[in-house]
Design a protein around this ligand. Structure first.
Ligand SMILES: *Cc1c(COP(=O)(O)O)cnc(C)c1O
Length: 470
């Protein structure tokens, strides 16, 4: 006899047992993760053998399978919850965000149509409004949760195209007489390339504008590129400035970009996927000055805001553009509300409740709690910079965010080899990045549980690993 696939509402005892066991297993696993190596230790061959044992013919107890999964997951991945995972923004999630996933999963609301889930959609909307207000996007602004920054940026390109070429939704790009072009910095997140390909613009429509030597879009180079392209008969329609580059946490000149965009009638998007978290901090948010002039903004909650993976946000100054982009009508949907039905105002159709992952932690600790979370990470980055500085390392990016691009002392081993040694050793996870023409070690702090002691350990590990004969 196998266990039931769906636990009925009265299966309280079964639910309680399963959930209590999972909770306990996770608590133990998380402790083991924090005390162990950041990198996987599992033997791939034996893992593959065990996996092949799941032939999906013989039922097993859920408890035994959960046990196995938690065990292999806590030994077989690069560990995002590890306090010395100084990687690609992926956070240790807030406990409240984890609870959000649990509640959402149990009740499983469908948010395609507002009237189907007025409470779930209302909670998401409340969070989006709070961000719109903090961003200063104005009374007509709107937005929604996305699967991540890439989807949010895709939405931005679609909005920009629709405003610039109102017939495009009906006739497509092929009805245009000129090639539309979009402007991003050479240090932007290259989801732009995929997006250009997906929407049919083609990769060549993306102009990678030179940076200024400090990792920010060079405004003069942008102006020149725009002028040259216009003279050659191309149709620039969008500037996408980055506020917090992926590599180095640099902010493009937002006011200069906004000036150019408004002079030429272009859409200004600000990709603040990671750096947008600074709006939580009254002091650090000044680094994003100019963001309030954007036509649209991307902020990821699954980076510095400690939500679980798959939580991005897209904000737009003129909310009505969304239905112009995503409108469709069908007989099988219960309603077609152009102002607020998510399936006619965003990329997704069936929609999971994502916003609870931000609503719960915000309700719990508020903006002040998030400000503390952000400011603390920035302080830890300064500690790490000083610890490394004491070993003769140089920080080459001047970011207000919690990311360092560092170079070892002259005569050290190559950056690539140094990083490979640290990662292999498992004491920390960091990556190699390319910043203004040179290889750097990239160290990003996103985990609210990392400590000064962790920074000391990371600095020591890097310094040992950079000895050219180690
Ligand atoms: C991470 C990032 C993205 C991509 O976002 P995903 O959530 O990974 O889809 C886009 N832009 C910037 C600046 C980023 O840091």
């Amino acid at each position: 006899m196998s266990e039931p696939l769906i636990a009925s509402a009265d299966a309280i005892a079964l639910r309680a047992t399963v959930e209590a066991e999972t909770t306990k297993k996770l608590a133990v696993a998380l402790q083991q993760v924090a005390a162990g190596p950041v990198t996987p230790t599992i033997d791939p061959t034996s893992f593959q053998d065990e996996l092949s044992g799941f032939d999906f013919h013989t039922p097993r107890s859920l408890s035994s399978v959960v046990d196995w999964v938690v065990g292999v997951m806590s030994r077989g991945n690069v560990q995002m919850t590890h306090p010395r995972y100084l990687g690609l923004f992926n956070p240790a999630p807030a406990l409240a965000a984890e609870q959000a996933d649990r509640i959402t999963a149990a009740l499983n609301p469908q948010l395609a149509v507002w009237s189907h889930a007025p409470v779930a959609a209302g909670i998401e909307h409340h969070v989006i409004e709070a961000f719109c207000e903090r961003l200063g996007l104005g009374a007509a602004s709107a937005g929604h949760f996305t699967s991540g920054g890439a989807e949010a940026n895709l939405s931005a390109v679609l909005c920009a195209l629709t405003r610039a070429f109102p017939d495009i939704g009906d006739h497509g790009l092929r009805a245009l007489s000129a090639q539309p072009t979009v402007y991003v910095s050479a240090d932007s997140h290259l989801a732009w390339i995929k997006i250009a390909c997906m929407v049919g613009l083609g990769r060549n429509a993306v102009r990678l504008v030179a940076t200024d030597g400090l990792g920010r879009m060079d405004a003069a180079a942008l102006a020149l590129a725009l002028e040259t392209d216009r003279r050659q008969g191309l149709a620039p329609f969008m500037i996408a400035a980055t506020a917090g580059t992926t590599n180095a946490g640099m902010v493009d000149p937002l006011h200069a970009c906004a000036d150019l965009a408004s002079a030429l009638g272009l859409w200004l998007h600000v990709d603040a996927a990671w750096g947008g978290a600074l709006i939580a901090s009254p002091t650090l948010k000044r680094e994003l000055a100019g963001i309030e002039r954007a036509d649209s903004v991307t902020i990821d909650a699954h980076k510095w805001l400690a939500a679980t993976m798959g939580t991005g946000m897209y904000f737009v100054r003129e909310g009505t553009i969304l239905n112009r982009v995503f409108a469709v009508s069908t007989s099988y949907m219960p309603s077609n509300d152009a102002a607020r039905d998510p399936y006619v105002t965003s990329v997704l159709w069936s929609r999971r409740m994502l916003g609870l992952r931000l609503f719960l932690p915000l309700a719990q600790v508020g903006w002040p709690g998030y400000a503390q979370h952000i400011e603390r990470a920035v302080e830890l980055a300064a500690v790490l910079r000083d610890d490394l500085g004491a070993h003769g390392w140089r920080t080459v990016n001047a970011s207000a965010m919690a990311v360092l691009c560092v170079r070892p002392p002259d005569g050290s081993a190559a950056v690539r080899d140094t990083v490979a040694r640290v990662v292999e050793n498992g004491v920390a996870w960091c990556s190699v990045a390319h910043f203004e023409g040179q290889d750097v070690v990239r160290l990003c702090i996103a985990n609210g549980a990392s400590t000064r002691h962790d920074m000391r350990l990371v600095a020591d590990a890097l310094h040992r690993a950079c000895a050219s004969d180690s």
